[in-house]
Write a protein that binds this ligand. Structure first.
Ligand SMILES: [Zn+2]
Length: 517
């Protein structure tokens, strides 16, 4: 079978004797052609044959077949009289295979790449498809064998913790912020570990970190000359979290204000005020209609006295609550009477209501009817659902910090009500917004005033934390560095660990994640 000269296809340093192509594999018989080999113990060259044996090596696959090398290896006698070794096996060049390895160096190299890129099980799956005859364990062993790249010189370092196991065990991740690559992973977040690493890198000039944890003091001790930069994203988050705490601390007054339900018109925007005034006019008219009805006045007579349409009078008498802000006219409006009748007849299932309406020609979607049914159900509750209308603290905090122009009317009313009832929270909101703006627009000069203003507020404890870490916070507003790259790396690390079903050990994670310098 010599259609093709196989010599250039083999690793250098081997001579081909024969090639055998089988259905599932190609077997290449070969030998190392040099006559003399040096004894590994004494270095004396020898060509005196003792025996021969066959060594099998797996090589890169070819044409959809596994490639197997069968090497005739000589065992030679050592010619030096005093050498403790009497015989030795002819060594193979390292480009061919490692000592006593079962695969060629180039197959190991490719397999290692696969393991680093994909991890054990997925890597082994792909290897099988590629006809690389290696299993999961071999793959992982090869990845471990790869020596992690040295950290190199790091000028700007990002440092953060990552969870081996949430709330139980944490490691430390170190990133080169200039090159945006992971430079090392540490097994824990211990001060001693971090300090040891930092001391080995005196070249570090900038360290970006979040404010929590012991990283600040570790950097203070082990890299005192480095400029510390608080991470901007964390600063923003910390401020929002501080506001949530503030909301929680005054939840009682907020609940009272919201369930009271009074609206101070001064707090509404112009458009909302127009709506509110319209509501008051409607309410006045509606109250008059209801009073007449309560006194036994027939509908026809009510229509005559109030000048309202018969339809409106009927609708008013049907609804117990008046909505402050009228929802925009809905495709449901012409069907309300029909809907109401079905509801009163006992049909409380939104889907069934919708099917009935649709059969009668209603073209709207199910959601509209579902929402109506929810409102209708709520209006039947004894307290009108007032207690349930106070949203959770997180929602209140988020709504209060949101862009005012984007709030729905009901949200704007809620915010206005809360801020009127709890002015301290309104002040806290302003402080947090000022802080956000300061970080976003990078205005370091605003920091001292902000710290002073915050000291006597609902976010005072957050303010004290900022004051204690003032240098790093100021650096966050002046330095270009931020820990974004580190955050991204943590995401990558999580992904890799998930591929390993969370079982990846540190050496494996290092091998897969720490990029060469
Ligand atoms: Zn020897």
């Amino acid at each position: 079978m010599h259609l093709l000269d196989p010599r250039p296809l083999l690793p250098p340093g081997l001579a081909v004797d024969q090639v055998e192509v089988r259905s599932d594999r190609v077997i290449i018989f070969a030998h190392a052609p040099q006559a003399f080999c040096c004894c590994p113990a004494c270095g004396e060259p020898s060509n005196r044959l003792h025996s021969r044996y066959e060594r099998q090596l797996l090589d890169l696959p070819s044409h959809g077949r596994i490639v197997e090398l069968r090497l005739q290896v000589r065992r030679l006698r050592c010619l030096a009289a005093k050498c403790p070794r009497r015989t030795f096996a002819e060594p193979l060049p390292v480009e061919v295979a490692r000592r006593s390895g079962r695969r060629t160096t180039r197959l190991d190299g490719l397999t290692q790449h696969l393991g680093v890129a994909l991890g054990g099980r997925p890597g082994a799956g792909l290897a099988r498809r590629l006809m690389l005859p290696v299993g999961k364990d071999t793959l992982l062993r090869l990845v471990r064998r790869q020596t992690p790249a040295g950290a190199g010189k790091v000028r700007a370092l990002g440092i953060d913790e990552w969870a081996w196991r949430r709330r139980q065990r944490y490691g430390t991740i170190l990133c080169d912020l200039e090159q945006r690559r992971i430079v090392d992973l540490l097994p824990d977040r211990d001060q001693v570990t971090v300090k040891t690493w930092l001391r080995a890198h005196p070249e570090i000039g900038v360290v970006a970190r979040d404010r929590s944890g012991g990283f600040a003091s570790a950097v203070n001790e082990a890299a005192p000359s480095a400029v510390q930069v608080a991470d901007r994203w964390h600063l923003m988050e910390n401020a929002s979290a501080a506001f949530l705490d503030a909301v929680r601390s005054v939840l009682g007054p907020i609940r009272r204000a919201l369930s009271n339900g009074t609206i101070n018109p001064d707090l509404l925007s112009a458009a909302e005020r127009l709506q509110y005034e319209g509501y008051l006019r409607r309410k006045e008219a509606n109250d008059a209609i209801r009073a007449l009805a309560a006194a036994g006045t027939p509908i026809k007579e009510i229509v005559r006295r109030t000048g309202r349409s018969r339809k409106l009078v009927r609708a008013t008498l049907r609804n117990r609550e008046d909505e402050v802000f009228r929802s925009r006219t809905s495709s449901l409006d012409p069907w309300l009477i029909r809907l109401e009748a079905m509801w009163e007849a006992g049909c409380r299932n939104a889907a069934e209501l919708w099917r009935n309406l649709r059969d009668e020609g209603f073209g709207g979607c199910l959601r509209i009817v579902t929402e109506w049914a929810t409102r209708r159900r709520r209006s039947e509750q004894p307290d009108g659902g007032a207690a349930g209308q106070v949203p959770p603290a997180r929602t209140i905090a988020r709504t209060m910090l949101a862009n005012r122009d984007r709030l729905a009317r009901a949200e704007a009313v809620m915010v206005a009500t809360i801020e009127a009832a709890v002015p301290a929270l309104a002040a806290g909101r302003v402080l947090v917004e000022r802080f956000h703006r300061m970080v976003r627009a990078r205005i370091p000069d605003a920091l001292p005033t902000w710290i002073t203003d915050a000291s006597d507020s609902l976010v005072a404890s957050f303010g004290r934390g900022i004051a204690d870490d003032q240098a790093a916070v100021r650096a966050a507003l002046t330095e270009p560095w931020s820990n974004g790259a580190t955050e991204g790396s943590i995401t990558k690390l999580k992904l890799v660990r998930r591929q390993m079903y969370g079982r990846g050990k540190l050496d494996l994670l290092r091998a897969r994640l720490v990029a060469p310098a």
